[in-house]
Write a protein that binds this ligand. Structure first.
Ligand code: AKG
Ligand code: FE2
Length: 216
């Protein structure tokens, strides 16, 4: 009998289509396009590093209160599905645009060492119609679990599921999940033809020092 096995456990992704509806998503796309024609800067990793071999896209600060409100309405159901608790969290998010040749290689948003305050990832997608780019799928990797301790899972064992970055859809998943953005092909190269995503996390609030801490 062979015990040389690795289980590949699918990861739960909560996806909702037509999330904000036609009008609200069109208005948000308009604001994203305006931002894309303004001051977007190269996206960073590990806080402030621009490493184009790992991540190629542009980002900027963005306000989307209507999106946060809608997220709040489904939050309890999502928490239940993903078995996470986002009690006492605050959102942190920005606008990302991927244009021709852009991608984000496999990574975790919270690797257990850095960014451990991130408890829930959300990604809300926007784009023009018909979709002006190809590729750009969100690839979510299954979790490899060796059957026995002697067998270790290798990167070659990995399997995955790709999710379409469809306009007005949103996905939620645990930030510890391995995921990547597949390369985008956007022949026009125009900013308005980008793959837009409002991407962020519900983050544990920093603990305020108690009066006892302050006194000591
Ligand atoms: O845009 C996406 O689909 C995901 C982006 C992402 O993984 C990130 O910004 O951490
Ligand atoms: Fe990510």
């Amino acid at each position: 009998m062979s015990t040389n096995a690795v289980w590949l456990l699918p990861v739960t992704v909560c996806r909702i289509t037509d999330f904000l509806g036609k009008q609200a998503s069109a208005a948000l796309l308009e604001r994203a396009v305006a931002a894309a024609n303004g001051a977007m800067t190269p996206s960073t990793i590990d806080g402030d590093k621009v490493i184009p071999d790992v991540r190629r896209s542009r980002s900027c600060w963005f306000a989307a209160p209507e999106l946060l409100e809608a997220i709040n309405e489904v939050r309890e159901a999502v928490e239940h599905m993903l078995d996470v608790s986002c009690h006492d969290t605050e959102p942190s998010y920005c606008l990302n645009m991927h244009n021709d040749g852009d991608f984000y290689r496999a990574h975790q948003d919270n690797d257990g060492v850095a960014c451990t305050d991130r408890l829930l990832t959300f990604v809300y997608y926007l784009h023009g119609t018909p979709r002006p780019f190809q590729g750009g799928e969100l690839r979510v990797f299954d979790v490899p679990v060796p059957l026995t301790p002697e067998k270790t899972a290798t990167w070659g064992d990995r399997t995955w599921r790709d999710w379409e970055p469809e306009h007005d859809s949103i996905v939620f998943f645990r930030p510890t999940v391995w995921h990547e953005v597949r390369k985008v092909i956007c022949p026009s190269g125009r900013p308005e033809d980008s793959r837009f995503a409002v991407n962020g996390w519900l983050c544990r609030r920093p603990k305020l020092p108690s009066s006892r801490d302050a006194a000591s």
